[in-house]
Write a protein that binds this ligand. Structure first.
Ligand code: C2E
Ligand code: CA
Ligand code: CA
Length: 771
């Protein structure tokens, strides 16, 4: 290689030349080193800044600044070092070539910054970039040297020349690798590490320059006239360049720092914003949790109360009407018990959707918990509330597919209207609840508006509950009446059904429909049933003394009692204490009670039956028996509900049903008792269709045991044949009696348990077969 004044691989001429003795001004060299270190520091700082800037345009500006810092630094280092170079002849610089050298170092700077900006740099990329940067810097150096104009020719030691390029390459490699380590290290050593890297890189680039200079020999042809160096003002020039360069570097660093601070602040601001957003969201979800029901997404009781309070204020001002509707899904518990809670939850979701779709957007629909829903609607008149309630009930009746079954649900609704039924939300909700209770008591699947009579009834029931508690505790007032069950084969009384009565000090003799519901609702039913059971067992003992040692007594057992494991022990206890054979006792359980929690019930019933007590299924046909279960239940007797017989012989359909039930029961090896037999025609029909037993007012109303005994005796003394034809015989024995339903207050109100109102409507006068 042979540049006009550079000779690299040609070797120094042996003769005719004067080798010039050159040296370096140590002060300027130190200054150059300072400049390059500062430039390296600034480059790293600004390049790091560029990486963190999000706006592309800004990033580009930062990158240019970093490249400029590096290029300017290297170039200034070179220029100051050249000023430090002291040769015994005059050296001048060619302006054009000097500027051209700047272009190369700019190229190297650009490559360096580009590579530093990449998040990942693979080895090949890194090596190629380092090579390009090294070559750029070297090119800048040697082109800069070519810009030196003097009488002497420049000869370079090829080894040192190559070494200088190698050093340039290695320094470039270090420039690309070391700052990356900085990104990984944080904390207090970060800054120290950055300083060290800057020194290291500065030293690398400086040593490249010095090696290049060391490779140089200035050779003056012999005889050439040597122009001596001017008195150097190179120090001043060097200082000026260094000062300018350092200013640029300092400017870049402070710009980077200022920007960093600004960015830091922006980031802080962003963080605060994010935190505020999170806080907002947290507040919203808190609101959601506090005011909404997670299962159905409807407002919960708390949310409802808040909306209710707001609407009450609004309606009080506008004098509008506001209806509160309480909804309860009929027999929802059965779904939960039989299909499980997951199915129950699924059903609640569907129901919530149904209610929502039956209401308007502005109506408030809420789930209070369990299967209890509440609707709040603004209405122009009462009828509007009734329409909505019917719409909901209609929607509810559409079949629902659940756990592979299709089922139809119904709902009971109670309505209270502002301002007629109350002024405050508590009062209105309480009154709507009372109305709902009434709907349920009336047989469910119906709507009831609140009325003051309901309130009277409620307070009366409250009073009755208290009195019933006392009656049970003090064993006063409660009595057991018995109704005979006649064996159709013999015409004799085979069993007596024990039916509880309450001789109330004010209201007179109360039937069970007036207080069983109260006992069930207030946890008194177990005690009540147990009392009847013990009484019946005692009476069985007395009957034996009277010679009726074959007579069986059937005792009713509430559905709620079937969930109590103690029941079997209580039965055993009662039998043992009265010293009666278990075969003389029968327990009557309603079919709904059986189906409630079928697996537990079967275990309990088997236990009771193992004592020797027989079991009968009561009110058959009014509930939801499944034949599949029926055949697994340890039953002896099936009692056909009165509602199937009351229209016989008018209703041929009922006759067919009764016939079918008898056939089915016999197929399952169950004996059949038909309840509610009131007419000879019914008796004729039943004996024709082979009902095993009959029970009803035709034979006797329920009576105290003492009154019943003569009648039983009389019936049992008769020859079976004398019973038939029943119609002829019974006609002569009729007599008008009052049925003990004495509480006038109750007369217009439905019973609290649906069962009674359906199968035992209120009657005031009735004929009775007695002596
Ligand atoms: P149930 O078990 O179906 O009892 C038969 C009911 O039908 C009795 O009403 C009886 O008086 C009535 N009855 C019988 N024959 C005729 C008839 O020919 N015509 C009409 N119209 N009615 C007839 P009662 O005594 O009012 O009992 C009503 C219900 O109260 C019973 O229905 C039973 O479920 C329940 N009950 C009675 N005593 C007890 C008891 O000690 N414990 C429990 N848990 N429930 C009881
Ligand atoms: Ca019964
Ligand atoms: Ca019955």
């Amino acid at each position: 290689m042979d540049w006009p004044s550079l000779h690299v691989f040609v070797g120094t001429p042996d003769a005719g030349q004067i080798l010039l003795d050159c040296s370096h001004n140590i002060f300027l060299v130190a200054l150059a080193f300072g400049v390059i270190c500062a430039a390296c520091y600034a480059t790293m700082d600004v390049a790091e800044r560029a990486v963190n800037v999000e706006v592309t345009r800004h990033r580009r500006v930062w990158k240019c600044l970093a490249a400029l810092c590096l290029a300017g630094g290297v170039w200034a280092m070179h220029f100051i070092s050249m000023l430090a170079f002291q040769a015994p002849l005059r050296l001048t610089f060619h302006m054009g070539i000097t500027l051209a050298s700047l272009l190369f170092v700019m190229f190297a700077g650009a490559i360096a910054v580009r590579s530093l900006g990449k998040p990942h740099l693979n080895t090949l990329d890194c090596l190629v970039s380092a090579l390009l940067i090294g070559l750029g810097v070297s090119a800048m150096h040697y082109i800069g040297m070519a810009a030196v104009q003097s009488d002497a020719a420049q000869y370079y030691d090829p080894h040192l020349f190559t070494l200088s390029i190698m050093i340039a390459f290695l320094a470039s490699l270090a420039l690309l690798i070391l700052p990356r380590l900085l990104r990984k290290n944080g904390g207090m050593f970060h800054q120290m590490f950055r300083y060290s890297i800057s020194l290291f890189l500065g030293a690398g680039i400086m040593s490249m320059h010095m090696t290049g200079m060391h490779a140089l020999s200035l050779v003056l042809p012999e005889g050439a006239e040597m122009q001596l160096a001017d008195t150097p003002n190179s120090q001043q020039l060097g200082l000026t360049i260094a000062a300018i360069m350092l200013l640029i570097v300092a400017g870049s660093i402070s710009a980077a720092m200022a920007d960093k601070k600004l960015q830091g602040k922006e980031r802080d601001l962003q963080r605060v914003n994010n935190l505020l957003n999170q806080l907002d969201q947290a507040q919203m979800s808190l609101q959601q949790v506090a005011h909404y029901d997670p299962l159905t997404n409807l407002v919960n009781r708390r949310g409802f109360n808040q909306l209710f309070a707001e609407q009450l204020i609004e309606h009080a001002t506008s004098q509008g009407m506001l209806a509160v509707m309480f909804l309860d899904i009929d027999h929802f518990k059965r779904i939960n018990d039989s299909l499980g809670h997951d199915a129950g939850d699924e059903l609640l979701k569907v129901i919530a959707e149904r209610i929502r779709s039956a209401t308007r957007v502005q109506d408030v629909v809420s789930r209070f918990g369990g299967d209890e829903f509440c609707i709040l609607i603004s209405v122009p008149h009462y009828e509007e509330a009734r329409h909505l309630a019917h719409r909901v009930m209609q929607k509810m009746k559409e079949p629902i597919a659940l756990s592979g079954r299709r089922m139809v649900m119904t709902t009971s609704i109670g309505i209270a209207v502002f301002p007629r039924d109350g002024e405050t939300s508590e009062e209105l909700l309480k009154n709507a609840d009372l109305a709902l209770y009434q709907s349920k008591g009336n047989g469910r699947n119906r709507v009831t508006f609140f009325s003051p009579a309901l309130k009277t009834r409620a307070s009366l029931e409250l009073h009755l509950e208290e009195e019933l508690r006392n009656a049970l505790r003090e064993e006063t007032g409660l009595q057991v009446f018995y109704q005979p069950i006649i064996d159709l084969r013999t015409g004799h009384v085979a069993k007596l059904e024990a039916l509880v009565r309450w001789e109330h000090p004010e209201h007179g003799l109360l039937g069970p429909d007036r207080f069983i519901g109260i006992a069930e609702a207030n946890g008194l039913i177990a005690e009540l049933d147990n009392w009847v059971l013990r009484r019946a067992c005692k009476d069985l003992g007395a009957l034996r003394l009277d010679g009726f040692d074959e007579l069986v007594i059937a005792v009713n057992c509430s559905a709620l009692n079937l969930s109590r494991e103690e029941l079997a022990d209580e039965v055993k206890d009662a039998l043992e204490q009265a010293d009666v054979e278990p075969s003389r006792l029968e327990l009557e359980v309603t079919e709904n009670a059986l189906m409630g929690n079928i697996s537990n019930t079967i275990v309990l019933l088997k236990h009771i039956r193992s004592l020797g007590v027989s079991l009968s299924i009561d009110d058959f046909g009014t509930g939801y028996s499944s034949l599949a279960y029926l055949k697994h239940l340890p039953l002896d007797t099936l009692k056909i509900d009165r509602s199937f017989i009351q229209d016989v012989p008018k209703s041929s359909r009922d006759m067919e049903i009764v016939h079918a039930i008898i056939v089915m029961a016999h197929t399952l090896h169950l004996r059949v008792v038909t309840e509610g037999v009131e007419t000879p025609a019914q008796l004729d029909f039943l004996s024709q269709y082979a009902s095993d037993y009959v029970q009803g007012y035709l034979f006797s109303k329920p009576l105290p045991l003492a009154q019943l005994l003569p009648l039983i005796k009389q019936m049992n003394e008769r020859e079976p044949a004398s019973l038939w034809p029943a119609s002829v015989m019974l006609e002569s024995r009729r007599q008008e009696v009052d049925i003990p339903r004495s509480l006038d207050l109750f007369k217009d109100l439905p019973a609290s348990r649906e069962h009674y109102s359906r199968s035992h409507p209120v009657r005031t006068k009735r004929t009775r077969w007695s002596d």
